[in-house]
Design a protein around this ligand. Structure first.
Ligand code: FEO
Length: 177
């Protein structure tokens, strides 16, 4: 694999691990507000981000390139409200979409068809990520300061379940690997 592609994919492993860290921090913030459903949604999101990192990790390894794990930056610890934390989720996902598009551009420039093909999964995933965060933001804007509405959204977000992506567990051969 071209060195530039390898290093860009390594940066993306770091960005996905940072995303996981960020959502874990958001989960803790939601717990401090006693919004257990919100916290669960964030924890599931953190696990999904870890599997995104593993998807990149596996791809880099499969292509015979070197994985170089970098330090993960510390995420913020507090937000202003349940709405602002979800606005931050949406803003973060838009940023990640930009990173994925840059990777696709690089892969196309280098005529790395395997990487272009691999990245398509993330292009689609980002559409879902942005849509689901935006839906929650819209809902929270609608309910404003209505406590009953917030309670209902908390119940709904608490239903989220984590479904491991095939081939993305850290321990090869474990459930979902
Ligand atoms: Fe891995 Fe939420 O993007």
């Amino acid at each position: 694999m071209d060195e530039k592609m390898g290093s860009a994919l390594n940066e993306q492993i770091n960005a996905e691990l940072y995303s996981s860290y960020l959502y874990l921090s958001m989960a803790s913030y939601c717990k401090r507000l006693n919004l257990e459903g919100f916290a669960r949604w964030m924890e599931v999101q953190a696990l999904e981000e870890l599997s995104h990192a593993m998807k990149f990790f596996n791809f880099v390894n499969e292509r015979g390139a070197k994985v170089e794990l970098q330090a993960i930056a510390g995420p913020p610890v507090s937000w202003d409200s349940p709405l602002s934390v979800f606005e931050a989720v949406y803003g973060h996902e838009v940023k990640v979409t930009g990173l994925i598009y840059e990777l696709v551009n690089l892969a196309m420039e280098l005529r790395d068809h395997a990487a272009v093909n691999f990245l398509q999964w993330f292009v689609n995933e980002q559409v879902e990520e942005e849509t689901s965060a935006d839906n929650i933001v819209q809902k929270l804007r609608l309910i404003g300061s209505d406590g009953g509405g917030l309670y209902m959204v908390d119940q709904e977000l608490g239903q989220r379940v984590f479904t491991p992506l095939p081939g993305t567990t850290i321990l090869a051969g474990a459930a979902g690997a």
